[in-house]
Ligand binder design. Structure first.
Ligand code: CA
Length: 223
């Protein structure tokens, strides 16, 4: 799960980043509205937490631009002003939820869980496809009784493949989702980590395989 946090108050942004990372999310931070919009437009995020008052572009304007561009990433709007017009404005612009500052850590995490709740999700970070199980928060995979300890990157990659089972993921998308937008990482890293994952996790025992789609990317499918 990758979250974009657009918040210009440094202390609050850093505190939120720590809370979210501790809860097992991958977090990218933007402290400026225009930069936040650029990052959000990549479409690589699972949730965007968007402050209302930002330098260079306000939260509501970012949200309107995203929705106009058909980017439907769930957005939680942060607002300091507890007034009805402000809330309505945020929701009208396409926000999925809003939080009024100051809010508690538990409230933020609960709202996030509600937004990203999906049927295959048993707990926050647990996924299962047949005999294949992954707990991404502890980087522990299992096939039946056989437990496999993964590195953080391997666990994130397996989570991405499991959540998109049957879909072809391009190497570029994997790179952006795992290593982050604009980071100085080569596409060969994706190939390397797919190699590690295939070697470490005996997917065939769960009737699964990571298929290579030549020149494009990878797909987790029934073997
Ligand atoms: Ca602000």
């Amino acid at each position: 799960m990758r979250i974009l946090l657009v918040e210009d108050e440094t202390r609050l942004a850093e505190a939120l980043e720590q809370i979210l990372k501790h809860a097992g999310y991958i977090v990218d931070l933007a402290d400026d509205g225009a930069i936040g919009l650029d990052m959000a437009e990549t479409g690589i995020y699972d949730v965007i937490i968007l402050d209302r008052m930002l330098p260079n572009m306000e939260g509501v304007d970012i949200l309107k631009r995203l929705r106009k561009a058909q980017i439907k990433t769930p957005v939680i709007f942060l607002t300091a002003k507890d007034t009805i017009p402000n809330r309505v404005e945020g929701l009208d612009a396409g926000a999925d939820d809003y939080l009024i500052k100051p809010f508690s850590k538990d409230e933020l995490l609960a709202r996030l869980r509600a937004l990203v709740r999906r049927p295959e999700l048993q707990a926050d970070n647990e996924l299962r496809i047949g005999a294949l199980y992954l707990d991404s928060s502890s980087c522990m995979a299992a096939i039946g009784d056989e437990k496999i300890k993964l590195s953080l990157t391997e666990a994130q990659l397996l989570e991405l493949l499991m959540r998109n089972k049957g879909r072809v993921l391009t190497k570029e998308l994997i790179l952006d989702k795992i290593w982050g937008f604009g980071k100085d990482v080569e596409i060969s890293n994706v190939e390397l980590y797919i190699f590690y994952l295939r070697k470490k996790v005996p997917l065939e025992k769960a009737g699964l395989a990571i298929h290579t789609v030549r020149g494009i990317g990878y797909s987790l499918k029934e073997a």
